[in-house]
Design a protein around this ligand. Structure first.
Ligand code: ADP
Ligand code: ASP
Ligand code: MG
Length: 412
């Protein structure tokens, strides 16, 4: 069981979480519970790090931001104990949950679940601080924002759990973010591949890495609400709990062409005007950006009119824009561009569906709908099961809602 930030936002909510846990324990299950920090806590801790120094040590950042989960793990253990549930808290290093050395965005390398399993034998519930582990340098590491989802799925895999339930503030995965599209529909099931695209294209209901792990380790993962009454009928249905199951494609009977719309705000666009049109130029542009840790996303290269030079346009996260421009300036000798133009305040809207593999016209439908609003399209990328379109952020909500309706996803 994993509970996110809004689900543990105060002591009352932690009590409610404890009732969910107690229900499962009373039903005779062995339970590990992964908790996030209280809502807003991690943001506050991150802001303190930045305030202390813009160029802070990533290991110290991890020491600080991991503390939010330590508090909620201890609090939930106390509340469970007060309800006569045998429970104890576990920090990442105590398990140990080992990670690589990429502080701030570490990946889990190994989890030794044996101590937790031994305590299960004594009837004890494990309350685990999410988001954190221990790196090879013997220091605390965090898994990137939203990383408690990944802690939970990885722990479920390590413990060979029957199920991993991700409890959050919505009652499942929706066709799009229900916060901006009131007509979004909850799905009973979604395929791993689609959930992976949804998550990586902005639907932050699950961290991308958690979906990858669930897919690779075949963890039966449900997304469900912590705000439901813990003792309502059906809550303890073992095979079919309320919520959305993330599963293999072939477990889904009726596959729609488009299953969801995702968006990601805070994108920035960079255009290099008149870069030299010869072999090696793309490598000279994107190599240094990769070395600087800048994640380049959509790339558009124009056909050169003269055969001498061409324009190169691509997107980066808005937070990396200044760094990217700085890096690019230094490549000027090699790439020979005339000018850099950049703009922040953009959004990438994506249409996702496995059915696209076998249907034509899906992209054209999106372009027509956006034209009717009208919204100008700045860049497009596609893959087998998704189309992504870059637009001005001002149009985000409108574009998402219109595409959602256009593809027949609105609830009736
Ligand atoms: P937690 O703190 O429990 O980890 P998050 O805020 O990380 O919760 O994720 C839940 C939020 O994800 C929801 O409140 C919702 O606004 C957002 N979200 C975005 N896209 C979707 C989607 N397709 N389905 C459900 N929720 C979504
Ligand atoms: N508390 C961490 C964050 O806000 C991890 C998580 O909630 O999943 O990113
Ligand atoms: Mg989350």
């Amino acid at each position: 069981m994993k509970f996110g930030g809004t689900s543990v936002a105060d002591i009352d909510r932690i009590r409610n979480v404890a009732r969910h846990v107690k229900r499962e324990v009373d039903a005779g299950h062995e339970v590990a519970v992964v908790v996030s920090a209280m809502a807003g806590k991690t943001n506050e801790l991150v802001a303190w790090c930045r305030e202390a120094s813009a160029m802070h040590d990533a290991r110290e950042y991890d020491t600080i931001v991991a503390s939010g989960e330590q508090v909620t793990a201890g609090l939930l253990a106390i509340v469970l104990q007060s309800m006569d549930v045998n429970a104890r808290s576990w920090l990442g290093w105590q398990i140990p949950l080992k990670t690589d050395s990429a502080h701030g965005a570490a990946r889990i390398t190994d989890i030794d679940g044996s101590d937790i399993v031994r305590r299960f034998g004594e009837g004890q519930v494990a309350v685990v601080a999410g988001f954190q582990g221990i790196a090879p340098d013997n220091r605390i590491a965090t898994l990137g924002r939203g990383g408690s989802d990944t802690s939970a799925v990885a722990l479920a895999a390590a413990l060979n759990a029957d199920r991993c339930d991700i409890y959050t503030d919505v009652d499942g995965v929706y066709t799009t973010d229900p916060r901006i599209a009131p007509k979004a529909r909850r799905m009973n099931k979604i395929a791993f591949e689609e959930m992976l695209e949804m998550a990586s294209l902005g639907a932050k209901v699950l961290q991308v890495r958690s979906v990858e792990l669930a897919m690779v380790h075949k963890v039966r993962t449900f997304v469900r609400s912590s705000f439901d009454d813990p003792d309502a009928p059906g809550m303890d249905d073992f095979d079919n709990p309320p919520g959305t199951l993330i599963c293999d494609e072939d477990e889904i009977m009726e596959q729609e062409v488009v299953t969801g719309i995702a968006y990601s705000k805070d994108e920035a666009q960079i255009s290099l005007r008149r870069v030299a049109d010869r072999p090696g130029v793309a490598a000279a542009i994107f190599g240094p950006l990769a070395d600087a840790g800048v994640n380049v996303d959509m790339i558009v290269q124009n056909i050169s009119e003269s055969g001498q030079s061409t324009d190169m346009t691509f997107t980066v996260p808005a937070g990396d824009l200044a760094k990217a421009v700085d890096v690019l300036e230094k490549t000027r000798n090699e790439t020979g561009f005339d000018a850099i133009q950049s703009e922040a305040g953009l959004t990438k809207v994506s249409v996702i569906g496995i059915g696209m593999r076998s249907h034509t016209g899906v992209a054209a439908t999106a372009f027509k709908e956006l034209a009717q609003i009208p919204v100008n399209i700045r860049a497009i990328t596609t893959s087998e099961i998704k189309i992504s379109i870059l637009i001005d952020s001002d149009f985000t909500e409108l574009a998402v809602r219109r595409l959602h309706s256009r593809y027949g996803l609105d609830k009736v």
